[in-house]
Design a binder for this molecule. Structure first.
Ligand SMILES: [Zn+2]
Length: 440
């Protein structure tokens, strides 16, 4: 990859002076009766429903999310969203534990990229293409916001009868030229050499300004003039933003802000937001890893709030939230959170990598329900499509035991929130090593 990402530069810079840059699910049953206080009784027909997919990536362990007894890094998810939805706690990542494979497989329902060639689209139809083709919708009805160019091809497929004509608009975060990257390195090194926290803060602000003023944004994934005009307008607004609160170069915040704006502007039927800053864990900083989880938690909550606020989404949207995969377990003397196996050999692909979770929030998902039975992560595609009255392609993993009745696909009522349950205590965290405990 020739383009450098802003957030990777940030990770390098901020890693406490560390310049070494390594570089069979249970059925969702319909509620028998809605609670008197059920806020909205949506009867939207399947063709008017919306699907929002949030990939809580890249690479998030259960031990820092749902298994943490205090849920300190995912307070929004745990306190605000889990009580409103159904949580599957044993979602299996059965293929190679690497971001594009898992990400694309979530979107098609089949294990993708066995050849590890991410320059091509996946082989089976994506949720975007299936929805657009079935409903004859324009390109602006399907959007995929991805955190890195390795996911740029996951908005379309090479499947016969699908492909670019039915693909999603794909938006990547801004990138900076190599010369800017080198200049930012120089500024940060000089500041670090002073040993002054103030100087480092000023340097960070200068770097952020420099990044904004020289950044470019890819438009290859956009399918129409309407999409290009909108992104151009949003990108200009981002570059022109002033004030310390706008100095962030967070890719994930950029993606979430754009996704919300896109929902207001185009009311897409399918939106995927693929967060990825958690993958900064590869640089070895625990604090930056958990900070990224907190930020992802907050941004996911922001997306859910948008769903609740926007008339085209309120009461007719299913949101599925899930990590792309996990990271390795801690072992004595080894911090497992840093990596997520050798995806060429599969070495290190342990339970920390392979066991993640999925939260379904929206009409039809029982509030406060937890399901511990294992199910494949590829179930996500068919589950989301079933809510829209559609099916994944032949051979895809089945929907999460969701009967058409539960989703109201055949004219039955969409099940509303019944009664928010208090979260129940979870099983002990996967990581119980002294190293893990010491960090807490
Ligand atoms: Zn990674």
């Amino acid at each position: 990859m020739t383009r450098l990402s802003l957030n990777r530069r940030d990770f390098l810079r901020g890693a406490a002076g560390a310049w070494a840059a390594a570089a069979a699910g249970e059925r969702i049953l319909p509620a028998e009766d809605a609670a008197p206080s059920a806020p909205r009784a949506s009867r939207a027909p399947p063709e008017d429903r919306r699907l929002v997919l949030v990939i809580f990536g890249g690479g998030t362990r259960s031990s820092e999310t749902i298994d943490d007894p205090d849920h300190r890094y995912v307070p929004r998810l745990w306190k605000e969203m889990v009580p409103r939805g159904t949580l599957w706690t044993n979602v299996r990542v059965e293929g190679a534990v690497v971001h594009p494979n898992s990400n694309a497989s979530i979107k098609t329902g089949h294990w993708e990229y066995e050849d590890l060639d991410w320059s091509k689209p996946p082989r089976h139809p994506t949720v975007f293409e299936i929805v657009r083709k079935a409903r004859r919708l324009p390109d602006t009805a399907a959007w995929s916001f991805v955190y890195a160019s390795i996911l740029a091809k996951t908005g379309e497929s090479t499947a016969e009868g699908f492909g670019p004509a039915w693909a999603a608009n794909v938006v990547e975060p801004p990138t900076i030229p190599r010369s800017t990257d080198e200049e930012m390195d120089r500024i940060a090194r000089e500041a670090a050499a002073t040993g002054s926290a103030d100087a480092e803060l000023r340097a960070a602000a200068r770097c952020a300004e420099l990044a904004r003023s020289t950044a470019h944004i890819a438009t290859d994934g956009l399918r129409s003039d309407a999409a290009r005009r909108w992104l151009d307008e949003r990108f200009r607004a981002w570059r022109g933003a002033a004030g310390p609160e706008n100095l962030t170069t967070s890719h994930d915040a950029f993606l979430a802000n754009l996704a919300v704006d896109c929902m207001k502007r185009f009311s897409p039927h399918v939106v995927s937001v693929d967060f990825g800053e958690i993958d900064c864990a590869h640089y070895g900083s625990w604090s930056r890893y958990v900070d990224a989880i907190r930020r992802t938690d907050e941004l996911t909550w922001r997306l859910w709030r948008a769903v609740e606020d926007l008339p085209d989404y309120r009461g007719r949207t299913l949101m599925l939230v899930l990590p792309d995969h996990g990271r390795q377990l801690d072992e004595p003397g080894k911090m497992g959170f840093i990596h997520h196996s050798d995806f060429y050999t599969g070495e290190g692909a342990d339970e920390g990598c392979r066991r993640v979770w999925l939260l379904a929030v929206g009409p039809g998902a029982i509030a406060g329900k937890r399901v511990d039975r294992p199910l494949p992560i590829t179930s996500a595609a068919a589950t989301g499509l079933a809510f829209l009255g559609l099916s994944a392609s032949a051979g895809a993993a089945a929907a999460l035991g969701v009967g058409s009745r539960a989703w109201g696909v055949r004219g039955g009522p969409i099940v509303e929130l019944r009664h928010p349950l208090l979260p129940t205590p979870y099983s002990p965290p996967l990581t119980a090593s002294p190293a893990a405990r010491a960090r807490r």
